[in-house]
Design a protein around this ligand. Structure first.
Ligand code: FAD
Length: 311
């Protein structure tokens, strides 16, 4: 059995594995896809102390750093079920994999991350990272002086539109519903900005491009069915971030959005089970934040281990 079993191989999981292994305890990482969301990222310019890097390069560096230590890496393995130690006869937590294997550990760090909800319209996939973006903190500065749309009028969409309006030339906010759902204070702020247009009851139907970059988008009015096109260089999709917690339903306490609830030491509702990164309630989903949280979770797991007798 492991002392610390990390589920997830993104920035949070890699940081957890390194911090745990540096304590000289038996550490394993199981990941469906080592590298996580970083693998889908092109330019990264806010990984502090590194002016510019690329996703696949950072993902390879994460894996190499973990491999510097005595960590058992189980890549391309999906965790399907968690059985907390109080429900097992031997007193270890169990993580069941899709392959049929069962892993045992005294403590578990869950770092299974999240994924952006997609519009699923033509052009979205083709122009991802070529004008279609999901993270205003990450990619906003790339659109300085250009025209963008933000899809989604909830809090994250309206926050993104306010944020981007300070950087880009013009923002068109597009909401499917007949009204914005963001908090009033955000809506008032948004409406006070001179370079923002707000469209409601509008269904985005296609992202347009010239083969290499986004050039616009098409939407349909839900009031009268009319079709419209907007010329622009960027589309920020803000219709939800989905935590990868389906496999945990009924075990750990999750928030209404399905994120794992943790305290300031990364402890979940079950003793010995910790969580870190985009899968948790911790706000602002970013690489440096996920790494910090993953490190914290591993240190908390170590603290738990030295205070708890082995089964
Ligand atoms: P993830 O990176 O999501 O990793 C989750 C890990 O868990 C993966 O290894 C996954 O395969 C694994 N996993 C999931 N479910 C299971 C399961 N059931 N069993 C086993 N393994 C599982 N942030 C920045 O700071 N700067 C940027 O420039 C930036 N750009 C971005 C661009 C894009 C296109 C995207 C999508 C995100 C970007 N982000 C950026 C956000 C950043 O990538 C995330 O905040 C960060 O990767 C979160 O790390 P994590 O380890 O919590 O989760």
């Amino acid at each position: 059995p492991f002392d610390v079993l990390v589920v997830g191989g993104g920035p949070a999981g890699a940081a957890s594995a390194i911090y745990a292994a540096r304590k000289g305890i038996r550490t394993g990482v199981v990941a469906e896809r080592f590298g996580g969301q970083v693998l889908d990222t092109m330019g990264i310019e806010n990984f502090i102390s590194v002016s510019h890097t690329e996703g696949p390069k950072l993902a390879a560096a994460l894996e190499q750093h973990v491999k510097d230590y005595d960590v058992e890496i189980m890549n391309l393995q999906r965790a399907e079920r968690l059985v907390p130690s109080e429900q097992t006869e031997h007193g270890y937590h169990e993580v069941h994999l899709a392959s049929g294997a069962t892993l045992h550990s005294r403590s578990v760090v869950i770092a299974t991350g999240a994924r952006w909800r997609q519009m699923s319209v033509p052009g979205e996939d083709q122009y991802r990272n070529k004008g279609v973006a999901y993270c205003p903190h990450c990619d906003g500065p790339l659109f300085k002086g250009k025209r963008v749309a933000v899809i989604g009028g909830g809090n994250s969409g309206v926050e993104a539109a306010i944020d981007l309006a300070g950087i880009v030339k013009h923002v068109t906010l597009i909401e499917f519903d007949s009204k914005l759902r963001a908090d009033d204070v955000l809506q008032r702020k948004l409406r006070s900005l001179p370079n923002v247009d707000i469209l409601v009851s509008a269904r985005t139907t296609e992202v347009l491009g010239d083969g290499s970059r986004v050039t616009g988008l098409r939407y349909e009015s839900r009031e009268n069915g009319s079709l419209h096109a907007v010329e622009l260089e960027g589309v920020f999709v803000q219709i939800g971030l989905l935590p990868n917690t389906d496999w945990l339903k009924g075990t750990l306490a999750l928030s209404a959005r399905g994120e794992i609830e943790i305290d300031d030491r990364a402890q979940t509702s079950i003793p010995g089970i910790f969580a870190a990164g985009d899968v948790t309630t911790v706000p602002y989903k970013q690489i440096v934040i996920a790494m910090g949280e993953g490190s914290k979770a591993a240190l908390s797991a170590f603290d738990y281990l030295i205070r708890t007798p082995a089964p």
